[in-house]
Design a protein around this ligand. Structure first.
Ligand code: ZN
Ligand code: ZN
Length: 365
């Protein structure tokens, strides 16, 4: 069972902040379905359960398999053991709520809704978005400590890429080697499928590690992360395996320039869209704008991709305590890809890079 990093006072603060939002939204209760939001509010790490936030209490509904775990982890939530589906007892628990009941919509699936909806008819359900994930944008000292630890482990893991020898091995083999090292050295699990993408595979931003053999003279995108106490880290470096074609070298230099500018721009009070714009304008200025196809970054926490989003459309503003990635990329289809990604925390005056590691053009063999 995963240890919970959070002090009990912290859960109370989170629930308190959520209740303020519920009052503002004129909601008498909130049904929380997302398991990471449940973990955030109660500490419960089980994969089956529903939490109901009421004005006076927190109720965790789950089945017998989680009885002991729920009592240990979610000490101040009232545990209600369900025999059938969790939705069966929902109406009963919600009978205490006097008014509109919010139902978390963020991760709600159609089959889930079809199951819940008939049981909620009596209580005026309203689908609501982002109430808990908005709170999760702001990390506490304990959360930042866990993310920092995961980032330190990921930096050490990135250093392995230089040591293990990559040329002549398949992407998959290198990825497995890295993943095993991460697990052996303290990562709970890995937060996403590692990307080890050589040559033209690197030009696909979401390529994973396949059977392709890493050759000499190309670019190798390595996107990795680790998880400590449930909190993730996310980092990418692009290495060269020898002398690369000039267009790939240029893509590297432009990506690095954009990443540096974005880091210099980021800080409290800066709109996320502005940080994205600064990086994007540099890449566009070099005529490569069409080749930077994704947003600049994302929040990192219990989930490796969470709010806020750093993109052109983002309406978020960076604030102290947010942890986000800065990851511009340039992708030359059929040839090579470059991405340089750091996880950073917003401080009172700027940012602190949690994944400090060489960003200059580096050759590995
Ligand atoms: Zn990444
Ligand atoms: Zn990322």
């Amino acid at each position: 069972m995963t240890q919970v990093v959070t002090r009990s006072g912290e859960f109370e603060a989170r629930i308190g902040a959520l209740r303020e939002r519920l009052v503002a939204e004129e909601l008498a209760a909130l049904v929380v379905l997302d398991h990471l939001n449940i973990r955030y509010l109660t500490g419960f790490t089980g994969s089956a359960g529903v939490v109901v936030v009421l004005p006076e209490e927190i109720v965790l509904l789950s089945d017998f398999r989680y009885r002991t775990q729920a009592r240990e982890q979610a000490a101040y939530a009232r545990f209600v053991e369900v025999e059938g589906h969790v939705s069966d007892l929902l109406a009963e628990v919600l009978a205490e709520a006097d008014g509109r009941v919010g139902v978390e919509n963020d991760q709600l699936t159609v089959p889930q809704w079809e199951r819940f909806e008939p049981r909620l008819r009596a209580v005026e359900p309203v689908l609501v978005n982002g109430l808990v994930s908005d709170l999760r944008r702001f990390k506490s000292v304990d959360e930042i400590r866990a993310i920092s630890e995961a980032c330190r482990l990921t930096v050490a893991l990135m250093d392995r890429v230089r040591e293990i020898g990559v040329v002549g091995r398949s992407e998959r083999d290198v990825a497995l080697d890295l993943e095993m090292w991460a697990r052996r050295n303290g990562s709970d699990e890995v937060p996403f499928t590692y990307i080890v993408a050589y040559g033209s595979n690197g030009a696909k931003p979401h390529s994973v590690a396949g059977d392709a053999v890493i050759g000499e003279g190309g670019l190798l995108v390595v996107d990795i992360g680790t998880t400590i106490d449930g909190y993730s880290s996310d980092m990418t470096r692009t290495f060269a395996t020898g002398d690369v074609e000039s267009e790939c070298r240029r893509a590297y230099d432009v990506t690095l320039e954009a990443q540096e500018a974005a880091r210099a721009c980021a800080g409290p009070g800066v709109p996320c869209s502005e940080v994205d714009r600064v990086a994007r304008e540099i890449i566009e200025g070099h005529g490569l704008g069409e080749l930077f196809k994704h947003g600049l970054g994302h929040g990192v926490g219990l989930d490796v991709h969470e709010a806020p989003t750093l993109s052109q459309r983002s309406e978020d503003v960076l604030a102290q305590g947010m942890v986000v990635t800065i990851e511009p990329g340039v992708y030359l289809e059929g040839s090579c890809g470059v991405r340089i990604e750091d996880t950073v925390v917003v401080t009172a005056v700027g940012i602190e890079v949690l994944t400090p590691y060489e960003r200059g053009f580096t050759v590995v063999r």
